[in-house]
Design a protein around this ligand. Structure first.
Ligand SMILES: NC(=O)C1=CN([C@@H]2O[C@H](COP(=O)(O)OP(=O)(O)OC[C@H]3O[C@@H](n4cnc5c(N)ncnc54)[C@H](O)[C@@H]3O)[C@@H](O)[C@H]2O)[C@H](O)CC1
Ligand code: K
Length: 528
């Protein structure tokens, strides 16, 4: 594996504090000296800082008692040698030995050190090395006060490894926490940084790779890690590209969407447009008869199936054309805009023998039915895509403070692939294998964006279902594609310019943006 591939692979792994300690112990046991590693990490951070356009030359180093503090002191020393005005705030009576050595050396160089925050001069930016993955209890007393005070300074704060105060595994705030503008996560992604509660503290996050051997990572996390961060390199082989040169439209999947009502016609259009963005070969959309003309005008390429409707304009029962049955389709996605009147339809699709995505109202109906564990009886995969509220209705007893644990529990109870939508969408399968999406945008927190995801996911699934792919990888691919479209649209149009319809127009642009070398890699891997 070349260096670039190894770097990409490392972006996928996610660790807890205990796992990071195990990985680190292996590296040290193999002979890497601890001081050498600290020096290396400190210099990598320093180089990264120097590569950024930093405003001002007055730097405050916040040094804690452990090795996170040691890292910060190395960064401070290096910035001092590069002409920055460095000041150190170090309020602890006792330091770990190595950290203590760096502290004394910094003092010997004439770098001013202060134990009281009030003495620390005004700085242009701060380096936070108070606590890393060794934080084990709530921060209290003068340290908590100092953190609260520093947060009010409104200066850029660069946190080393984690924002001090954030729990490495759960992302919870232990007492109080630094509000970083940027976090340099060291070596491997810490689970806490991928939890929603940490987002507003971590700022922009990036991984600083310090060359941990892959064998040590895999010895602790396994060859295929249980928790994976969704990255482009993880999903690239699941995208429906390249198309086979001898493709026939019926070989490219036939997706059935069951969605919409007179009241929520827009949901059906957006789901259809999401599916269109996936490039699916054949698309059928079952809607109430009265909104069929509307759907035809938006999606002329789709086969719109007008169904008998209730007095309120919801589908009363499915009326598929000719000999067609639910099992004639490659995939079914059911839910957006249906209303909660369509209980028999949800019961019917659950009995189908094809992969099934249940979203929105289909989830609410499932919650009302109280038969969620019956999903285990399905012979084909089921994917549930709730947001927080729908998740709570489906699984009232599962706590999602730790969202990773929450989806894992839900998936193991139902046998379904559960996708919990949010700023850090988490996906788990029955075996507990979990994906977290860490690149997203608040621009997607907008009505209709979920409908687009459902259509897109159905469309991808329809095309790749016959390939040797894991269903869960397909779900992760849809989430990645959807959020990348949101990011791209927000970049060009601001976060306010990403309505759900606009989002559908950016789906294809995400693919077009992927580097040419990646495309040639697909070709290599996908010629079949
Ligand atoms: N992972 C690696 O390979 C590398 C890690 N480095 C850095 O080291 C830290 C982890 O260092 P460690 O010394 O284990 O922990 P911390 O620096 O986070 O601090 C532990 C220190 O703090 C005390 N403590 C814990 N909680 C509290 C509290 N609430 N209040 C006061 N004091 C507290 C605890 O007793 C310890 O003394 C990692 O994050 C990296 O930044 C490397 O340098 C490079 C390799
Ligand atoms: K820190």
């Amino acid at each position: 594996m070349n260096n670039q591939d190894l770097k990409h692979l490392k972006e996928i792994f996610v660790v807890t504090a205990a796992q990071m300690r195990d990985v680190e112990s292996r590296v040290f046991a193999a002979g890497m000296p601890i001081p050498a590693l600290m020096e290396k990490v400190g210099r990598l951070i320093c180089d990264r800082l120097l590569s950024m356009t930093l405003k001002g030359s007055r730097v405050g180093i916040l040094a804690g008692p452990g090795h996170n503090g040691g890292d910060a002191l190395v960064v401070g020393r290096e910035l001092h040698f590069r002409g920055y005005n460095v000041w150190i705030y170090q309020p602890f009576g006792q330091l770990k030995e190595l950290t203590n050595q760096h502290f004394h050396y910094a003092q010997s160089l004439g770098i001013p050190c202060f134990s009281q925050l009030a003495e620390l001069p005004d700085c242009d930016f701060l380096i936070d090395g108070l606590f890393g993955f060794g934080l084990e209890r709530e921060i209290t007393g003068n340290i908590a006060e100092a953190i609260n005070h520093l947060n009010l300074w409104n200066k850029p704060i660069f946190s080393i490894d984690l924002p001090s105060g954030i729990h490495t595994d759960t992302g919870a705030v232990l007492g109080t926490a630094i509000c970083a503008s940027h976090t340099f996560c060291l070596g491997l992604w810490k689970q806490g940084l991928l939890q929603e509660q940490a987002i507003k503290y971590a700022g922009k996050t990036e991984l600083v790779d310090f060359d941990i051997p892959l064998a040590d990572i895999q010895a602790v996390l396994g060859e295929v890690p249980t928790i994976k961060r969704i990255t482009q390199s993880l999903v690239i082989n699941t995208l429906p590209l390249p198309l086979s040169p001898i493709l026939h439209k019926y070989k490219s999947g036939h997706l059935l969407l069951i969605c919409g009502s007179k009241r929520y016609a827009g949901g059906a259009i957006l789901t259809g447009l999401g599916a269109r963005g996936s490039g699916i070969g054949m698309l059928s959309i079952a809607v109430p008869e009265s909104i069929k003309p509307l759907l035809v005008s938006h999606l002329p390429e789709a086969l719109i199936i007008g169904c008998p409707e209730t007095n309120n304009g919801a589908i009363s029962h499915l009326q598929l054309p000719g000999e067609t049955t639910l099992n004639s389709f490659t995939v079914i996605a059911c839910g957006p805009g249906l209303t909660t009147e369509v209980t028999p339809i949800v019961e019917q699709v659950m009995k189908s023998e094809v992969p099934l995505i249940l979203d929105a109202d289909a989830l609410n109906i499932l919650a009302q039915l109280g038969t969620i564990t019956s999903l285990k009886n399905r012979h084909q995969p089921t994917i549930l895509t709730p947001h927080g509220g729908e998740f709570h209705r489906l699984f009232p007893e599962i706590d999602i403070t730790n969202r990773v644990k929450g989806v894992q529990t839900a998936a193991s109870q139902t046998g379904a692939i559960v996708l919990l939508k949010g700023a850090r969408t988490a996906i788990a399968n029955e075996q507990g294998v979990t994906w977290v999406n860490s690149e997203s945008t608040p621009a997607l927190a907008r009505g209709g964006s979920g409908d687009v995801l459902t259509g897109l996911m159905g469309g991808i699934l329809g095309q790749v279902v016959n390939r040797q792919v894991n269903m869960e990888d397909v779900v992760a691919t849809a989430v990645w594609w959807h959020s990348q479209a949101g990011i791209l649209a927000a970049k060009e149009r601001t976060e306010l310019g990403v309505d759900a319809f606009t989002l559908t127009q950016y789906l294809n642009r995400v693919l077009a943006q992927i580097q040419t070398d990646e495309i040639s890699k697909w070709v290599e891997l996908n010629i079949r």
